[in-house]
Design a protein. Structure first.
Length: 104
């Protein structure tokens, strides 16, 4: 099945601690049905000092969100579902609310 949400898409969080906030998708893990959004779902990670990071300590990082808890933002800034259609022989994603083609 084709990916409805891809790296670089602008998404809004629908559920959870960061509900209503928007961000850009950094990573997508299709097998786990999870994705990482820039600046959202921040968790604290206690890290041991290493050669790469001699200081160690408590680091903040983005944790993965389940794909069902986010939706793509359309051109009007509203969350939308994603559909697929064929245009000039290519399969493209489009926003269900506006009908516009989603770039990418």
């Amino acid at each position: 099945m084709a990916a409805k949400i891809k790296k670089g898409d602008r998404v809004v969080v629908l559920a959870g601690r960061d509900k209503g906030r928007t961000g850009t998708v950094l990573r997508v893990a299709p097998k786990e049905e999870r994705l990482v959004v820039e600046g959202l779902n921040i968790v604290q990670r206690h890290t041991r000092p290493t050669q790469a990071d001699p200081q160690g300590g408590i680091k903040n990082k983005e944790a993965p969100l389940h794909v069902s808890n986010v939706a793509i933002v359309d051109s009007k800034g509203k969350p939308t579902r994603v559909g697929f259609r064929e245009e000039s022989g290519k399969k493209v994603r489009f926003a269900k609310t506006t009908g516009e083609v989603i770039n990418g």
